[in-house]
Ligand binder design. Sequence first.
Ligand code: MN
Length: 305
Amino acid sequence: MPVETSFMGLEGPHQALESARAAIIPIPHEATVSWGGGTARGPAAILEASRYIELYDRELDRVICGEDGALGIHTFPPLELTREGSTAAMEELEVRWGEVLRELGNRVPLALGGEHAISAPLIRATARHHRARLEAEADGRLSVLQLDAHADLRDGYQGAPWSHASFAYRSLDVADFVQVGLRAVSPEEMEVARSRSGIEMIWADDMWEDDAWMDRALEALGPVVYLTVDVDYFDPSLVPSTGTPEPGGGDWYRTLRFLRRVMAERDVVGMDVVELAPTPGLHAPDFLVAKLVLKLLAYRFYPPA
Ligand SMILES: [Mn+2]
């Protein structure tokens, strides 16, 4: 599906790659859906909704992008992958993401999915790209912050080793995980989490009494962080447009409060937002996800004191 617009509708110098500090990369890949497809249409829906979002952010009291001196954000054309099966596509993505990172230099990439399977190759390429720094600062381990209803720690799912339900498992050799908002896991995934170090699980029902979980999550996060947001992390009353919704998910302001701290207290070197499956005629979830992407970039580049 061609993307006919840039993120936030930015034009000219405000979206030129040369002056941009952030880049949006649509990856409309969908191959291993459990139920209810449509994530291939996610990136286009997010970009379309973003055109109607205010450039001014009241919380930060500044224009985030779209005027001189504000944050330049470049939008790449959609990254299309081979249709020769999910394994071939994910191997291709790991190589191509390495190329994207070299092209971007110090710019921060934010990928728009697509299904969650894409995060494994993105994480693996990110860990390789930052290997020297990770070895110097973090025992060689990239720290992944995963907002998700699911742990995605299955060693393959429905015959696909590189499934959306396996992306975390496929990344364990290069990354540690802090998983926030979990509420649907299998016994096998619990066994994986218990038998290894480097997996911190924060359950959705522990997030309501107070903010102690935020301290726990930040303590478990290393200095160099990759953020992956599966939109089924949010409560389905906010984002019903996703393949495997689960009740009892994250709300808007609590989530923003946490992400604001993450961006201020850690170096987030890459991000993705995945699993939006747009519902025809229901635009609110698309707008929520587009606004979330803007908030992530705003906090990343203009962290409040
Ligand atoms: Mn999920």
